[in-house]
Ligand binder design. Structure first.
Ligand SMILES: [Zn+2]
Length: 277
């Protein structure tokens, strides 16, 4: 779906896309946004846009590089995520994870010419780990790109902040897209549980009432599929993503060619149901 799909969060996606196209890529970014903003999804799209040889600045979503990023097996991409600290009921990042990341970033990239790191929930880094990480931010190996995902960058040391380019993702003002994502996720669930087509048709008819909502639904389906498969990690998941994205694309084309939007979307659902694992 690419960076463009994140336009609802403001112009950060456009600006980063532009930076990639003009070769003005910083070595460290803070991507800030509220808890309900999909910062990790955004960061993954940014990584694809950065590495994709087919559609630089956007990410084609289909080439082997994009798919390896999507499936979490791109060799030079390091993702650090926080653990729940039960004592404090907060999310925190282990100091050891940061140390390991720093060691990894010192190694030469093997897949291309960039090492990339994403620290999700970097608000949960201890001051000690932040201080230690400064060294990596001060002297990154050439080609390194570090993305710090934060709910509130005030949680980071000023010395860290001053070494990063900062983008804030806005909480979508038009929350209309969120129910659409919910609908898409529900529908995918229903497809995977082999529920009655009639029940799905009922739901679709209630919520997709014009071409505009039909297009919004198709965008949401792409997001929902990406999210679902990011959690899993199987080869068949990979094939399903390609299959699903192709059918979503065909459905858009059909609606553009004036096939009735209700019919076009029902047909998509049937095709998704037809897929044999
Ligand atoms: Zn690609």
């Amino acid at each position: 779906m690419g960076l463009r799909a994140y336009g609802k969060y403001g112009d950060a996606g456009d600006k980063l896309s532009q930076a990639i196209r003009t070769g003005r890529i910083s070595h460290a970014y803070i991507i800030e946004g509220d808890h309900n903003v999909d910062k990790l999804g955004f960061a993954m799209e940014f990584v694809k846009a950065l590495l994709c040889p087919e559609d630089p600045g956007e990410g084609c979503g289909l080439c082997s590089t994009c798919r390896r990023v999507e499936n979490g097996n791109y060799e030079d991409l390091y993702l650090v995520q926080p653990d729940r600290d039960d004592k404090k009921a907060t999310l925190s990042i282990k100091d050891a994870d940061i140390e390991e990341l720093q060691a990894n970033l010192k190694m030469k990239p093997t897949g291309g010419d960039r090492n990339i790191a994403i620290i999700d929930g970097c608000d949960g880094m201890t001051p000690r780990a932040q201080n230690r990480f400064l060294k990596t931010l001060e002297e990154p190996a050439p080609g390194t790109v570090i993305l710090l995902l934060s709910e509130n960058m005030e949680n980071l040391l000023p010395t860290i902040r001053s070494r990063c380019v900062h983008y804030r993702l806005n909480t979508p003002a038009d929350a209309g897209e969120l129910p659409m994502l919910q609908l898409a996720e529900d529908l995918l669930d229903m497809v995977w549980r082999n529920e009655f087509f009639y029940d799905m048709k009922e739901r679709l008819d209630q919520e997709i009432t014009d071409r505009k909502s039909a297009y919004a639904f198709l965008d949401a389906m792409e997001t929902a599929m990406g999210n679902a498969l990011r959690k899993g990690n199987s080869t068949s998941g990979d094939d399903y993503l390609i299959y699903g994205v192709q059918w979503i694309e065909k459905t858009r084309a059909n609606i553009r060619r004036n096939v009735g939007f209700k019919y076009a979307i029902r047909y998509l659902i049937l095709k998704l149901e037809e897929y044999k694992w």
